[in-house]
Design a binder for this molecule. Structure first.
Ligand code: NAP
Length: 320
């Protein structure tokens, strides 16, 4: 495993972080037992992963809590989250604090390393900043969380308005954002200031559905070509991204996706979600592999650097 500084938090984190939500929820979505999911998390930890990303809404906090009993608490970093808006209604500050308290109970721990407001949109950002952050900073003083942040909501904010606005606000210590081979805008909208200010970054949507569900890349590419947003030849190929797969290049599109994100300047933790030990191991190998050749990353920027809103769907449940 390779480790890096998580912004200026002082946390030395693994460059690969296990996502405990998404379409897989540690295999819960395909009916894995709690013991099997705990074993999956422990395999990740045995392989050097020291950051686990969960959330109140993932219903995997109890799995994470059980898994981390295997190591001293300060050998592992746990991030969790609370929504501030649910079922069309803003939660009260007390409800968000109660969510944190509930997370601590589920995780069976005294503190979380990172607490984030979950899926913040342009509509909820001001309240996250002005109403909920001050309240959670009081909980931080009590020792319930070490660092405060938010996660953007790519399906609801393709233009990254929230990330752009957060550049001006000094309260955030950890930001989770969407970034992938065909959604590269955090390079302009976030990484310049997260690096300058020492805000820790977690990258999500690196593979998601577009690069992992059979046929999805081809159908999205056809739509983009029809809209004139990518050249037609990409839509005509059986595997539109096969130019990345060659000797000295990537072994597969998924391999390319994780390597691409991992070596982006400003990327601290690459989150990967899975319910499969086999995928866990191949994904770690990809995240730890060298950068893609420069000619390939240049090509990805030239072909897709202008795109907004591609591959940013809600999670597709992995049931098999
Ligand atoms: N707003 C938010 O706060 C937010 C939103 C999204 C995600 N997240 C976090 O980010 C984490 C990562 O989520 P993501 O959806 O962005 O994950 P991802 O790593 O981009 O996508 C993973 C999906 O692709 C499949 N996959 C993974 N490796 C594979 C492989 N080698 N071969 C074939 N299929 C593979 C997985 O299913 P298998 O089970 O089959 O491996 C999984 O469902 C989540 O778990 C969550 O912790 C947060």
């Amino acid at each position: 495993m390779e480790y890096t500084n998580f912004g200026k938090t002082g946390m030395c984190v693994s460059v690969a972080g296990l996502g405990c939500g998404g379409g897989s929820r540690l295999g819960k979505n395909r009916g894995m037992s709690k013991a099997e999911s705990v074993a999956l998390v422990r395999t990740a930890m045995d392989l050097g992963v020291n950051y686990l990303d969960t959330a109140n809404s993932y219903t995997t906090e109890d799995i994470v809590g059980e898994a981390i009993k295997a190591v001293p608490r300060d050998h592992i970093f746990v991030g969790t989250k609370s929504l501030i808006r649910k079922d069309g209604r803003m939660l009260s500050v007390a409800e968000v604090v109660a969510s944190l308290d509930n997370s601590l109970r589920e995780l069976d721990t005294d503190y979380v390393d990172v607490f984030q407001f979950h899926a913040i949109t342009p509509e909820t950002y001001d309240d996250a900043l002005n109403v909920y952050a001050p309240a959670l900073l009081k909980e931080k003083e009590k020792g319930k969380l070490r660092f405060l942040g938010f996660t953007e909501s790519p399906p609801n904010d393709a233009n990254q308005e929230v990330l752009k606005r957060a550049a001006n606000d000094d309260v955030w210590e950890a930001i989770m954002l969407g970034f992938h081979m065909m959604h590269q805008n955090a390079r302009h909208n976030a990484f310049p200031y997260t690096q300058e200010k020492g805000i820790g970054t977690l990258l999500m949507f690196v593979v998601r559905s577009i690069f992992s569900i059979e046929g999805r890349l081809q159908s999205d590419m056809k739509e983009l070509a029809a809209e004139g947003k990518v050249p037609q030849w990409l839509a005509d190929r059986e595997n539109p991204l096969d130019f990345l797969i060659h000797d000295g290049g990537a072994a597969s599109v998924i391999d390319a996706a994780y390597r691409y994100a991992r070596h982006e300047p400003g990327a601290d933790i690459i989150l990967f979600g899975t319910g499969s030990v086999e995928h866990l191991k191949t994904n770690l190998a990809s995240i730890l592999a060298p950068p893609l050749p420069k000619q390939d990353t240049d090509r990805l920027e030239e072909l897709f650097g202008h795109l907004y809103g591609v591959g940013l769907d809600v999670p597709v449940k992995r049931t098999a």
